[in-house]
Design a protein around this ligand. Structure first.
Ligand SMILES: NC(=O)c1ccc[n+]([C@@H]2O[C@H](COP(=O)([O-])OP(=O)(O)OC[C@H]3O[C@@H](n4cnc5c(N)ncnc54)[C@H](O)[C@@H]3O)[C@@H](O)[C@H]2O)c1
Length: 273
């Protein structure tokens, strides 16, 4: 396969959650391969830090303040991106995460989780994936070309204990990814592809509180159980996603759509015996 298959020169790729643990690594990888990277972030200050880092790679970077659960923010971002780059070739939906308030525990049974917590986890992970797909998917439909990568989770296949709403929302992301892949290919163009990554367990801000005891710094029982169920016996590092995102974004995966790719150290393949 030709080396230039991973050359993204002239391609504009939008990342939601581009300042997060996993999004940042993907943004670096894409900028390194010469993409114009657009970081959508709620925090302008954090986005500015990334712009500085990525600009040092020589990439043309744009950072815009945007809450992925607000269509108005997304449409305003789209106008600015159209003005600067003219088109959007790729979208990575990496904004998402669980919240401690939506997590069951012996002290907090299911029925004590507030409606607000249920809705906010669902909105961030599912609605916050659907809205960017609508806003930037419309551009791809007009262009008859584009690539979308959503971020699902191991908890979409079989729900993880304690994180019911996060798991349900990620299952919805997987289902919507498959639906959108079919819709885009059949209604608009076979050159619009939609896939998802299903990361295993990576130590980032959203799950540190579940995996590492904040007082002792030791693994929690859950953290130990996860490692025991991961054949590679370690947590993922953000750079472990780089190969998969470059592959899914590039023509190297040109016949792949509607797929959900586990990047999990073997977690989903292991029966535990
Ligand atoms: N870390 C893991 O082990 C793991 C495993 C499976 C899936 N995932 C998924 O990967 C994605 C990235 O997770 P991460 O580990 O980098 O988490 P993270 O918390 O480090 O990053 C999440 C990013 O989303 C942004 N964000 C949150 N709410 C937003 C909103 N309303 N609008 C715009 N941006 C918003 C945050 O500011 C942050 O930049 C998430 O969808 C997460 O659910 C993570």
């Amino acid at each position: 396969m030709k080396e230039e298959i991973f050359d993204f020169s002239g391609k504009t790729i939008v990342l939601t959650g581009g300042t997060g643990g996993l999004g940042r690594a993907m943004a670096h990888a894409l900028a390194h391969c010469k993409a114009h990277v657009v970081i959508l972030s709620r925090s302008e200050a954090r986005a500015r830090e990334i712009v500085k880092e990525l600009s040092e790679l020589g990439a043309d970077i744009l950072a815009l303040a945007c809450d992925v659960t607000r269509v108005r923010d997304l449409k305003s971002a789209r106008s600015k991106i159209e003005k600067k780059f003219g088109r959007v070739d790729g979208l990575v939906n990496a904004a998402g995460g669980n919240s401690p308030g939506a997590t069951t525990s012996p002290e907090k049974p299911l029925w004590n989780i507030s409606a607000h917590e249920v809705k906010s986890v669902y909105d961030l992970n599912f609605v916050g994936t659907v809205f960017p797909c609508q806003v930037f998917g419309e551009m791809m439909a007009q262009q008859r070309e584009g690539v979308i990568v959503n971020v699902s989770s191991m908890s979409a296949f079989r729900p993880m204990t304690r994180v019911a709403f996060y798991s349900a929302a990620k299952a919805a992301v997987t289902n919507f990814t498959q639906w959108l892949a079919v819709y885009m290919a059949r209604e608009f163009s076979p050159h619009i592809r939609v896939n998802a990554l299903a990361p295993g367990f990576f130590l980032t801000e959203q799950n540190r509180f579940l995996l590492i005891d904040k007082n002792s710094g030791e693994l929690t029982v859950r953290g130990r159980n996860i490692l025991a169920h991961t054949p590679m016996a370690r947590f993922g590092e953000p750079d472990d996603l780089v190969g998969a995102i470059l592959w899914l974004m590039s023509p190297a995966s040109r016949f792949v759509t509607g797929a959900v790719i586990p990047v999990d150290g073997g977690f989903s393949a292991y029966a535990g015996v």
